[in-house]
Ligand binder design. Structure first.
Ligand SMILES: Cc1ncc(COP(=O)(O)O)c(C=O)c1O
Length: 278
């Protein structure tokens, strides 16, 4: 049983997370700081920490929750999407973090053997999500050298020339590890290129609040687009494992079929309890 031969090839061939590699590298080293993982210094909102002590005793928070997320939490998130992200038609499904949202989307949108597109420097977990689900034709596009924005000319050419057309394009906005945001006109152009080619665009907005110098983060909406969000960095709630997917309403039921009952964590049940909002 100790041999890799007993494991699924998909998993053996999935790269080890860079965070684990760095932890191994710096083990025992004095004063070494890992820059491999983004951990914010702010804590969850005080109201959340205060309320959680009382809520944890409630039997209902230890029960299975609604698959798509507690209705009251979803309503609050939809309000947020309308007001802050200008996503006027999208619905919401709560997930156990943005990472699980991404894996569920890959399971829902891609078959093993499909090709997909991402841009360097890419978020390692997204790359691994493809590998571990058998999506091994991962085309990695360049960023513009000065800005590290995804190179839209390369994308246009690649989607025209690659047959069959890649199934999914993913971008992170603002990027990890680049830190660079995607200006709205470029995001719209990327969206149009994907729509014309007939492929999905998945935008990971985990760092939506990491905007500086008066710049404003923006989202795009369309029936070929899925947006991902996370509580982790936005509210300092990394360990709570809460994220959400936003998309057109019809799409939700397909994602649901992938995640029925494997997504909910105690924190997401507590997060906005129907009777007592955190
Ligand atoms: C781009 C990106 N997406 C998603 C995540 C993970 O988010 P979550 O904690 O909600 O799974 C991270 C965490 O570092 C990230 O950098």
């Amino acid at each position: 049983m100790g041999s890799n031969g007993m494991l699924a090839r998909r998993i053996v061939e999935t790269e080890m997370p860079i965070m684990v590699q760095i932890q191994q590298l710096i083990r025992g080293a004095k004063n070494a700081v890992s820059l491999a993982q983004g951990v914010v210094y702010w804590k969850p909102p005080k109201q959340a920490l205060d309320k959680v002590k009382a809520l944890v005793e409630e039997p209902s928070v230890s029960c299975y929750g609604a698959d798509e997320g507690l209705p009251e939490l979803r309503e609050a998130l939809i309000r947020k999407l309308r007001q802050e992200n200008n996503l006027q038609r999208s619905s919401v499904m709560v997930t156990a973090g943005a990472n699980q949202a991404f894996v569920n989307l890959v399971l829902t949108l891609c078959d093993a053997g499909d090709s997909v597109v991402m841009f360097a420097p890419y978020y390692f977990n997204a790359y691994m999500s493809f590998q571990m689900t058998g999506v091994t034709k991962i085309l990695v596009g360049p960023g513009y050298p000065k800005t590290l924005y995804p190179d839209a000319d390369w994308l246009e050419r690649t989607l025209l020339e690659t047959k069959p057309v890649p199934k999914l394009v993913t971008v992170v906005n603002p990027g990890n590890p680049s830190g660079t945001y995607i200006p709205e006109p470029l995001l719209k152009r990327i969206s149009d290129i994907c729509k014309n080619a007939g492929c999905w665009l998945v935008v990971d907005n985990t760092y939506e609040y990491f905007m500086y110098d008066g710049l404003k983060h923006s989202c795009v909406e369309g029936d070929h687009i899925v947006n991902i969000f996370s509580f982790s960095k936005a509210y300092g709630m990394m360990g709570w494992r809460v994220g959400y997917v936003s998309d057109f309403v019809w799409f939700v039921k397909f994602v649901l079929s992938c995640i029925c009952y494997i997504l909910h964590s105690l924190p997401s049940n507590i997060c906005i309890h129907p009777s007592k909002r955190v």
